[in-house]
Unconditional design. Structure first.
Length: 685
């Protein structure tokens, strides 16, 4: 009943306020004077209040306080994501795709505005669903020395960052180091499985797992040099290195084969990875509002992985792999009074070689090249209608051992926006996307999941197409921000697990192009400034309907999701609270329900040099329900529930320090990022 009340309130809220027509307009924009929101051709621009900036310690907390539609921020784990229906979220700072370190070291004093792009088009890539671009002022002189330490008191978890930035005239030098360490040692899982054997009898298996140790350690260091002259050129070079290590993962699993026997299994694994990277960027502004931009990124990754499954049938392997990646992009842009044009292309090369010894004994080599050529035009009519039309060609060439395939596809994208009044806007968009399989799916390797289940790679799997139709409506004024979205997605001939049964009653899971997955998603998010500049409340509700069709089954599923958050600003203090009941969906024969998340936080500004923040996360229980999955195959039926005690009653504090001297600001942008680091190693699950 509560979900219907929420939707009813959301529908009525904007109508309780009077809308005033605006006469002010610019190209593809409707200016809202004295408001924090500026409607743009592809979304809207937000101007954070002084209190929001003062209470934010980094980019993560700033985005969380803005309550952007469809965006979910976890400040403890430092993640920004949208639900699966939206796609990936790309966060940028002045047009640069921002790393975790960039967001942790973001200077709140330099932030001017945030562009929230709901219709990214092909310039950002067909897989990107939302773009958050934080616009800042560039410092012309002075230095910044800062750091941030986030330490949990109830579980072994630490995220720290140290950064130095020096500006002199046209040049900027920066050095950034970050450390992340954790031990997720209180995870538990319960799995109830039912297997239909060859003689049509049923085998029931109960698996109960407990993680004793899951240590993770990550280091990253980056040096960046930037030289720029306003309205002329930008040159930037970044050298970075990342070291990732899972020194120990130890778990115990008790298996009970009902009516037969019981097993006690030990699972151990560890990994190590080193990833150096070089990034060179150049942008030059030509006369008559033209620009040329180029970007090249070279990445090398070396990774080792060890896995041991201690049971009656011992299973263990060691893998080591090397990967070389080159990403390049070239783009030309031209602006007219009411129209802009972007023409460009991307070309990526990847070469990987993984060697396995032990229970898996093979050498797997993959070579892949991908290209994307596009032309995108956008503009406006009469200050109220805006459009975006793009056409692209995406293709890839893939070779693995003796197998070789080539794919290409025309990718159209179209969107139309309407700004009927000062406060209202609406839009429609259509996007077609080619979805390429992950490297881990297309390997030619068979790995064991447990004594009855095996995962089989499929080099013959092919990309599938995705079609999306989206309707949006937005209302903004000084007190209320409300956003509606209706999205319908079709995935014809997509990847689904095909589960085959062998003569000895082993079950093999293999991804195949075999069915259709369609989804309808409707959502609303409304933010009300209860006391402007002091107290805001955000409520959200969404509905999803999933349709799954294959030769042997039809599965449909419906679910409601909702959430609420609030922020209060009391002088140097700020308080926040948030809750959501988790994401739900169904793809193929697998239904997923994530656990709910909640937190309370209090932060205090420490003069001009820093802030301190205390967070109590998941205060509703000690054993947090992380998620639940159901497998509904005709021969295998499973239900798995995962609990995470580390996140229950989790308390952590963050101390942020930022010291600066002699700063003077100017604006400068980099508008590309090309980074592609995807492991091809088979990791046991």
């Amino acid at each position: 009943m509560l979900k219907y009340v929420f939707l009813f309130l959301f529908a009525l809220a904007p109508f309780s306020l009077s809308a005033q027509e605006a006469n002010d307009s610019v190209i593809a924009e409707a200016v809202i004077k004295a408001d924090r929101v500026l409607k743009t051709a592809d979304g809207f621009r937000l101007y954070p209040t002084a209190r929001q900036l003062e209470s934010s310690k980094d980019g993560y907390s700033l985005i969380a306080r803005l309550s952007l539609p469809q965006i979910k921020v976890n400040e403890a784990l430092q993640t920004i994501e949208a639900n699966e229906m939206i796609g990936t979220v790309e966060v940028r700072v002045n047009g640069i795709v921002a790393s975790k370190q960039d967001l942790m070291s973001l200077d709140m004093k330099s932030v001017k505005s945030i562009d929230y792009i709901e219709r990214p088009g092909l310039v950002y890539g067909s897989e990107v669903g939302r773009v958050i671009n934080i616009l800042t002022r560039r410092a012309e002189s002075g230095y910044v020395l800062g750091g941030q330490v986030m330490q949990a008191f109830t579980t072994p978890l630490n995220n720290s960052n140290l950064h130095v930035r020096y500006n002199r005239g046209k040049q900027e030098f920066s050095l950034n180091y970050s450390l992340s360490a954790a031990n997720w040692n209180r995870q538990q899982s319960t799995e109830d499985a039912e297997y239909i054997l060859n003689d049509n009898s049923r085998q029931f298996v109960i698996r109960e797992g407990k993680t004793n140790c899951d240590k993770r350690l990550n280091h990253r260091i980056a040096f960046k040099y930037n030289v720029a002259e306003a309205d002329k050129y930008v040159v930037q070079m970044t050298l970075s290195g990342r070291f990732d290590k899972v020194p120990a993962y130890d778990a115990v699993q008790a298996e009970q084969y009902v009516g037969l026997h019981s097993n006690r299994i030990g699972i151990h694994s560890g990994s190590r990875g080193i990833t150096p990277q070089a990034d060179l960027y150049f942008q030059y502004t030509l006369p008559h509002k033209q620009s040329v931009t180029a970007n090249a990124v070279g990445t090398y990754m070396n990774q080792t992985y060890d896995y041991q499954y201690e049971s009656a049938l011992p299973y263990a392997y060691h893998s080591s792999g090397d990967q070389h990646v080159l990403n390049t992009e070239l783009r030309y842009q031209k602006q007219w009074r009411r129209m802009s044009l972007a023409v460009g292309g991307k070309y990526d090369l990847l070469s990987t070689k993984d060697s396995y010894v032990g229970s898996i004994a093979t050498v797997n080599e993959i070579n892949r090249s991908q290209y994307n050529v596009y032309a995108q035009m956008s503009g406006s009519f009469w200050g109220k209608l805006n459009y975006q039309a793009a056409i692209g060609i995406e293709g890839s060439s893939y070779a693995q051992n003796k197998k070789k395939y080539d794919y290409s596809q025309i990718i159209p994208v179209f969107s139309l926006g309407w700004n009927p009044s000062r406060h209202w806007s609406a839009g429609y968009s259509f996007k077609m996307q080619q979805c390429a399989p992950r490297l881990a799916l297309i390997n030619d390797i068979t790995s064991m999941r447990n004594e009855m289940e095996y995962v089989v790679g499929n080099p013959d799997i092919q990309p599938h197409h995705r079609f999306e139709h989206t309707l949006t409506a937005n209302y903004h004024d000084k007190r209320v921000q409300s956003s509606w979205m209706a999205l319908y997605r079709t995935n014809p001939d997509t990847w689904m697990d095909e589960i085959s049964r062998s003569a000895d009653n082993k079950f093999y899971f293999k991804q195949q192009n075999k069915g259709d997955v369609n989804m309808l998603y409707i959502s609303n998010q409304t933010t009300v400034q209860v006391i402007p500049e002091h107290w805001d409340v955000t409520l959200s509700a969404s509905f999803i309907r999933c349709f799954n069709f294959a030769d042997t089954y039809t599965h449909c599923y419906s679910a409601w999701m909702w959430g609420a958050s609030t922020n209060a600003y009391l002088g140097t203090w700020s308080l926040a609270a948030s809750f959501d009941n988790g994401w739900r969906s169904m793809e193929g024969e697998v239904r997923v329900r994530q656990g709910s998340m909640a937190y309370l936080s209090a932060s205090r500004k420490l003069g001009q040099w820093g802030s301190v923040r205390l967070v109590w996360q998941n205060m509703l229980g000690s054993g947090i329900h992380r998620g639940e999955t159901w497998l509904m195959n005709q021969n295998v039926r499973k239900r798995c529930v995962t609990y995470e005690a580390n996140l229950g009653h989790m308390v952590f504090a963050t101390l942020s320090i930022n010291l600066s001297k002699g700063k003077r600001y100017e604006s400068s942008r980099k508008t590309m990022d090309n980074t592609d680091v995807e492991s091809s190693t088979v990791v046991a699950k």
